[in-house]
Ligand binder design. Sequence first.
Ligand SMILES: [Zn+2]
Length: 260
Amino acid sequence: MTEPWQWHEDTWRGHVERVRAGRPLRPEAWPGGAKAAVTLSFDSDHETIPLRDGEVLPGKLSQGEYGARVGVPRVLRLLARFQAPSTYFMPAVSALLHEGEAKSYVDAGHEVALHGWIHERNTQLPPQAERDLAFRAGTSVEYTALPSIYREFRHDPDLAPLFEKHAKAIGRTFPDYPDKMSGSTDMGNVSLRIPAIHPMLSFDLPPEDGNHTAAFDVVAGGPDGDRFVHDAGLAMARTVAEVAQSGDLRARLITKATDR
Ligand SMILES: [Zn+2]
């Protein structure tokens, strides 16, 4: 690398030309005949300065919090006293940490400006990362409830009794709980469109030892659990086989699936 005193004129002139200020932007006169104009702007960096350097110890983070808790209200009071609008440059992480602060600026007639994601040092970032963070900082997320809601699972009235019949045929009993064939599952909405069942068998345990209990755990993990899986699979297979062999039932199920 050459020393600056060895540079050719093109080099030193090139460095300087790259950062020339250009034409003056000063207007002929300031609004209201003012002698001068002053811009007031503030960086609401808070905790992001230590955070962007990976400093997570209490000292510097608490300085950041002090800015949000004490500094910001003082500045806002002062500006309100002089009716002076200003601009707040706020990193996105700072806005996320101090909910409502950005809105308080806008409510008081000030302006909020982008100030990066976590006060990252842009000049040290690869271009793609700088671009990604800029977009992330300027992006807001809104949650909108979907028009359809989650439905409870519905057993198809043709399929459910078939499964019960085949499970009973291989020795399974169905305790007469009021919601005998109900089931919580993420298939709720699907079951409204396609004839479906949520096949369930029981372990002949008392109702208080239902699933998600220790007693259930012991039985399910032993030989009874193996038999359970075998029987459930067999009952489902026989249910499917019967549907496949019955022209009427098959046609009815297909009609239900296509009509909905
Ligand atoms: Zn800053």
